[in-house]
Ligand binder design. Structure first.
Ligand SMILES: [Zn+2]
Length: 359
């Protein structure tokens, strides 16, 4: 196995090189993306080898060639290629490097820059990419059990995409709404449990959330939420009592937006992008630490005003966290697909209003 040294080049839009920064990327989310892709392709028999060691190889840019990286190829031993992820996984590292350059006077605040990812072969010991750095909670390898999607949600809505479909009961939304309203002004949250399923008809995985467990011992402030060890103990005992063999599929937490924006004029509050839901840096760090599997999700419940609670779902996609769609089902209404867009119909990426208060 070839080992690589990874270096980010920061350039001005004119192509002038500002600097090179050696980086030690944390490839865990990329590996998890590869593992899930492999499981989606081969189904339950592949679950036994879910945690095997894997390699990450650069795919060279077609025009610039080596050492310029166009994408990352995730492969299992034996070199069976099974996923490629974009180099945007380096974006955060690049923007951190650019902040350093601003501090050192090499770039001005707000200056545009370009980054290129390069990789250099070296003879040292190859990185042990199979070892996960994040292991706050044990995340056992999934063993998807068979169930048809139509049976799980009581209908057929929208085919699967590049992410596995996620089914969420309306009952769960009702419960998290009550919990959110019950703690105005501070964050609260909980754990989503259920099953990773294999649909033998669609020949694909899907995520079936069955219940939420309110984290009664989590400590919430106006802008943060900390889960405690007692929460995990409670989750394990509730899962054991339910005897359904459920596993942890993610979490939900509230954002008391009405409280954050209480000083702002009403017309400003109405267009405040905080209402659309987002993952703060702490939220993303928590997700990476506690929910490393690529099929896990994070539901954000924004308590916007007058008790109205809006939902936004986030999940892993190609090794990065971003908005994702989901299906709601149960109750009187037919199942429905909720796309990864904000309430006014514009895509999240198009919505760039200024927030009332920085979080
Ligand atoms: Zn948050």
């Amino acid at each position: 196995m070839v080992a690589y040294r990874w270096v980010i080049e920061i350039l001005r839009p004119t192509g002038e090189l500002i600097g090179r920064e050696p980086v030690e990327p944390d490839f865990s989310p990329v590996l998890e993306a590869g593992r899930l892709a492999y499981l989606r392709l081969h189904g339950p028999p592949a679950a036994a080898e879910f945690d095997r060691p894997m390699t990450i190889e650069p795919v060279w840019q077609s025009k610039l060639g080596e050492p310029y990286v166009a994408a990352l190829r995730v492969a299992a031993n034996g070199n069976t290629e099974f996923d490629e992820v974009p180099i945007s996984v380096f974006r955060q590292t690049a923007s951190r490097a650019s902040s350093d350059y601003v501090a050192r006077g090499l770039l001005k605040e707000g200056d545009a820059f370009i980054y290129l990812v390069t990789a250099y072969r070296h003879d040292g010991a190859p990185q042990t990419v199979g070892a996960r750095r994040f292991s706050v909670t044990a995340a056992p390898a999934p063993a998807p059990r068979e169930r048809r999607w139509t049976e799980a949600i009581g209908g057929e809505v929208e085919p699967g995409s590049d992410q596995p479909r996620l089914a969420l009961p309306r009952q769960v939304l009702a419960e998290v709404t009550d919990c959110t309203r019950g703690t105005p002004g501070v964050e609260t949250g909980g754990i989503l449990i259920g099953h990773l399923r294999w649909d033998p008809e669609a020949r694909d995985l899907f995520v079936e959330v069955t219940a939420q467990i309110h984290a009664r011992w989590a400590v919430g402030t106006e802008t943060r939420l900390h889960f405690s060890a007692a929460n995990w103990t409670e989750v394990r005992s509730i899962v054991a009592l339910r005897k359904q063999g459920e596993s942890v599929l993610g979490w939900w937490h509230s954002h008391p937006v009405a409280s954050w924006c209480r000083q702002c004029p009403e017309e400003r509050q109405r267009v405040c992008p905080l209402q659309a839901g987002f993952l703060s840096e702490e939220d993303s760090t928590l997700h990476r630490a506690c929910f490393p599997r690529a099929y896990t999700a994070a539901l954000v419940c924004s308590d916007v005003a007058d008790g109205e609670v809006r939902f936004a779902m986030f999940g892993w996609h190609g090794g990065q966290l971003g908005r994702r769609g989901y299906h709601i089902h149960g109750g009187e209404l037919p199942p429905a697909w909720i796309g990864p867009v904000v309430d006014d119909g514009r895509k999240a990426s198009e919505k760039r209003g200024e927030a009332c208060v920085p979080k």
